[in-house]
Write a protein that binds this ligand. Sequence first.
Ligand code: GH3
Ligand code: MG
Ligand code: MG
Length: 356
Amino acid sequence: MQDILIESLMTTEVKCTSPVTPLSEVVRTMRTNRHSCMVITENQKPVGIITERDIIKHFADLMQKGREYDPPAVRLMSGAPVTVATKATLLEALVIAKSNEIRHLPVIDDGGDLVGLVTQTDLVAAYFRVVETQTQAVDRAVANRTQGLLEANMKLRELMLEDPLLRMGNRRAMEIDLAHTHAAARRYRRPYSVILCDIDHFKLYNDHYGHAAGDKALQDIAAVIKQSLRKSDRVYRYGGEELLLLLPETMQEGAEDLGQRLLQAVVKRAIPHVRHSQGILTLSGGISCVDAVDAKESWNDVVERADNALYQAKSAGRNRVVSFAATDLGDQPLTEPFPTPAWIQRDPKNVDPTSL
Ligand code: GH3
Ligand code: MG
Ligand code: MG
């Protein structure tokens, strides 16, 4: 699986043009070549992309509002496009396309130059081929009772990107998305935030109501969280009863607002939990934010900070979120007591006393 690299899937017949090309010429070229998108480049580096959808939207706007008929490409194109490297794997490209909800991925070489294009359709088709081949390997191993069954099964599992219970990306998908988002944030000096959520006293819930009810409650909470997210936000199953939210372009305040809304939404859902002091299931959250990515910091460090913040939310009484900004290292103990109810707790050294 690791061997399937994007360079073997991409088309190199990618049509590109400059930001000043008039839209009419872009449309003509796409039509002549039967291409569904065109990449906008400057010095061979992709700086934007125009898809059929963008063109339809432009003409719809034109009809409604009487917009300029033939603007230059730069006026229609997306900002810095999401790209993949030639050496990215199929799984990486799939996660990047899915998490960003994009259908066309320009492919760049080590120098950042445009060298090809891969579509989500190409990726999905290649993925199904690989899964099919691996499934056949498992079937053969079963039929022949060969030693390779364990290995074949493991390889098949490695291909999975979705958690079957919660119908969201699993940890593997999360790691790929985080690595890509972190690298992009660093390249473009953009912020992003991570919220690590953990259900409070969930072991007691399982002990009291049974594992099947636990599964159902997990699904309910996952649904509540999904409903509270913006389109660009992503949620992954981090492990057991822990979910990780990845919030691109979101700074500390925005992440805290969302954290607060999530906790409130779970409280509002009011799933009974008689062995919890509050009588219902609650969540705790740890937030870590990246303002302009510190060159030394890896995405693992960002998640670790969120984990430390979560730990503090638990120690402080649960049903709350604690947040650390990029510069907070998370090694300062919080001073007790917390004001209650406390939906949001910031690391005290950053707290504006007037805001509490
Ligand atoms: P805390 O408030 O400190 O987080 O306490 P907790 O009981 O939630 O934490 P702990 O780590 O002790 O227990 C986590 C529990 O979550 C134990 C485990 O059985 C349950 N769990 C994890 N994954 C699943 C799952 O997929 N289904 C069900 N039903 N339970 C799960
Ligand atoms: Mg846990
Ligand atoms: Mg828990």
